[in-house]
Ligand binder design. Sequence first.
Ligand SMILES: [Zn+2]
Ligand SMILES: [Zn+2]
Length: 146
Amino acid sequence: MGLYAGSYTGSCLCGGIQYRVDAELAPIQLCHCSQCRKAQGSAFASNSPVAKSSFQLIAGADLLKAYESSPGKRRFFCSRCGSPVYSARDATPELLRLRVGLINEPLPAGPEFHFHTASKANWLAIDDGLPQYAGEYPAAEKTPDA
Ligand SMILES: [Zn+2]
Ligand SMILES: [Zn+2]
């Protein structure tokens, strides 16, 4: 069975966690906050919010662990290989924020903006012309911080 438009698969580094998302992915948001930098081991997190109802974990439920990085906010990761998978907030239980580097298919669009750039790594220059927000992005009250 082939993929249809709006369907994506994701897998962690070891392959133990496999998921499927049946939804059009929202534009990618790049979070430069210090928590995301440490969670990714990189300059930023590449996130796309999706409805939890469109996310299906196919394999690896036993491997998927969460770290509560701030009250009510959990970062889910593979406990075997360490891949960050998604984050979730108690305040928006219907929403997951996928770490899009795990998605296997080409994505339809690139990043939309950078946020929390006030805490970005000093070794990375942002010169792609995308909007930059020092803190949260304007619509964050609807889809809170990564
Ligand atoms: Zn893994
Ligand atoms: Zn962040």
